[in-house]
Design a protein around this ligand. Structure first.
Ligand SMILES: [Zn+2]
Length: 194
């Protein structure tokens, strides 16, 4: 069976921590494989990478695929194969704003782009290039987790450091010892903001 021809476009999957974004990226990538398309997968990291690294993209539910780990948007196009039909980019919020132009370029040249990332930082504010991509994407899905306090649908990510609520002036990107909980609008707390 020949793979059906794809039109280029951008699909954005966004939401809070633990909302199932990476699971959805993996599911979409697997659908791409099964329909005979050539798929390339990238995952952005908050740690600078001089050279992209091949690694496993692992979701919270345990499913996994191979992905190229990158830390800059200009690392995507040089690695692109001319036969690629679908490009997936996970953790988009860690990339510079140039990734929006990269996604537009790919879509304009017939590639279907599946982008995924946090739409809001732990502060509950727009996060990096994700909101801009949201405005130009052909399809947007906001996934929600379950609030760990009240059980309602959760769209925000509560950062905890040493068991305490992280303050507003914490860095937005902070590798290291801290935890996140999905929370709804009413249970999300940011000392220094509220
Ligand atoms: Zn709640």
């Amino acid at each position: 069976m020949a793979a059906p021809r794809l039109n280029g476009g951008i699909e954005l999957i966004c939401g809070s921590m633990f909302s199932g974004k990476t699971e959805e990226v993996i599911r979409q990538v697997q659908r791409g494989y099964w329909s005979g398309h050539n798929v390339q997968i990238f995952r952005a990291t908050s740690v600078p990478l001089v050279v992209p690294q091949n690694n496993t993209l692992l979701s919270h539910d345990g499913s996994e695929i191979q992905a190229m780990y990158i830390s800059r948007s200009d690392q995507i196009l040089p690695m692109l194969s001319s036969t690629t039909d679908i490009v997936a980019i996970d953790e988009l919020q860690f990339l510079d704003w140039g990734v929006v132009d990269v996604c537009q370029h790919l879509a304009d040249h017939g590639v279907w782009v599946i982008a995924s990332g946090l739409d809001m930082s732990f502060r509950g504010e727009p996060f990096g290039p994700v909101p801009l991509l949201m405005s130009i994407a052909d399809r947007v899905r906001k996934l929600r987790a379950v609030c760990t306090v009240c059980g309602n649908p959760a769209g925000r990510s509560q950062r905890l450091r040493h068991g305490r609520l992280a303050p507003y002036d914490d860095p937005v990107i902070l590798p290291g010892a801290h935890l996140y909980q999905p929370r709804c609008r009413y249970c999300h707390r940011v000392p220094g903001r509220d």
